[in-house]
Design a protein around this ligand. Structure first.
Ligand code: PBG
Length: 325
């Protein structure tokens, strides 16, 4: 054979493959989600997320310092609210001394340079486990948006760098931006969960926070996974309304959406490699059916290759160890 091109030349050795690799993961690509609970000295494993934990504030602060030392620049905070503090109005979500607000302050005190992002949605605080206020069998939009805006202000006042509304109510990005402006919070960013699909892959997360919907599902606010054009509509509206970063969620079953979004906006795009995606890799690895480390790096590389500038992932720490490895 006399070939004019032999593509295998650029794959011949690890050195040449490294030279021509198009997508390289780095520690600052990752956002590390953290689950926080009341108490002290507590670190409990989440049964459906082996190797991932809920921690009290003191141990969360230690973890944040470790993440920072490894080169991870951002954490995304979720709290597990006590049952007796849940209601249908998000009262506890607005408590200036609530678990979220205390966590933000403790982390910013201990590690001021870490970019602290906070989840903004009512589900952890809701007796119904829904992201908004429930009226009859409806999750009502506009009253929910009012609470989300106040919640964002409360997080920002506690020191959050970026609020991350994950609720999928209409008009919340504009309302949050306006509320931040009205309160002089001009340095707080918004990472919008813009294309968030109604997905079965959130199951383990809902175990972690005990936040599964008590009735129905989330399909009247989260998107139908059959839809691609709708994702673009959501994302463009959020950018228009003031989002600094937009997100696609979940990640691996939605790589086409990540690419579509990356090609159509000029803000950073994040992707959330969600709890169920974590659990699948862990479970298969435990059975000896997948090489966990290889599965982690291949998955995260594919998400970045699809167009994600940032990746929220429970594998953040593992990935950094592997990259530096
Ligand atoms: C709640 C929220 C969810 C996740 C992030 N914020 C769950 C849901 O919408 O039911 C999922 C994260 C994950 O599965 O890792 N607003």
């Amino acid at each position: 054979m006399h070939l004019s091109r032999r593509n295998r030349i650029l794959r011949l050795s690890p050195a040449i493959r490294a030279m021509v690799a198009e997508t390289i993961l780095k520690p600052s690509d990752f956002i590390a989600p953290l689950f926080i609970i009341e108490g002290s000295g507590i670190k409990e494993e989440i049964p459906s997320m082996q190797g991932y934990y809920r921690r009290s504030i003191d141990l969360t602060v230690q973890e944040v310092k470790e993440l920072w030392a490894m080169g991870i620049k951002s954490v995304l905070l979720f709290i597990k609210c006590k049952d007796e503090l849940k209601d249908n109005k998000g009262t506890e979500a607005l408590n200036p001394n609530g678990l979220m607000q205390r966590s933000i302050r403790a982390i910013k005190d201990a590690c001021p340079d870490m970019v602290v992002m906070t989840d903004v949605a009512l589900d952890p605080f809701s007796t119904y486990g829904h992201d908004g206020i429930v009226d009859g069998d409806e999750i009502v939009n506009d009253p929910t948006v009012e609470v989300l805006a106040k919640m964002s202000v409360s997080h920002a006042q506690a020191g959050a760098d970026i609020v991350a509304p994950s609720d999928m109510m209409d008009g919340r990005i504009l309302a949050i931006r306006e509320a931040l402006e009205q309160n002089g919070l001009t340095k707080t960013g918004i990472m919008a969960y813009s294309a968030k699909y109604a997905s079965c892959f959130y199951g383990p997360f809902r175990d972690a926070l005990d936040s599964a919907p008590g009735f129905g599902d989330k399909k009247t606010y989260q998107m139908d996974y059959a839809n691609r054009r709708e994702a673009l509509k959501e994302v463009l509206m959020d950018v228009e309304e003031g989002a600094d970063i937009v997100m696609v969620k979940p990640a691996m079953a939605y790589l086409d959406i990540i690419r579509e979004v990356r090609d159509n906006v000029d803000v950073p795009v994040s992707a959330y490699h969600v709890s169920g995606e974590y659990a699948m890799i862990k479970a298969a690895a435990n059975m000896g059916w997948l090489d966990e480390n290889k599965a982690i790096i291949e998955s995260l590389t594919s998400i970045k290759r699809a167009g994600a500038d940032l990746i929220a992932t429970y594998f953040a720490k593992d990935a950094v160890k592997l990259i530096n490895g």
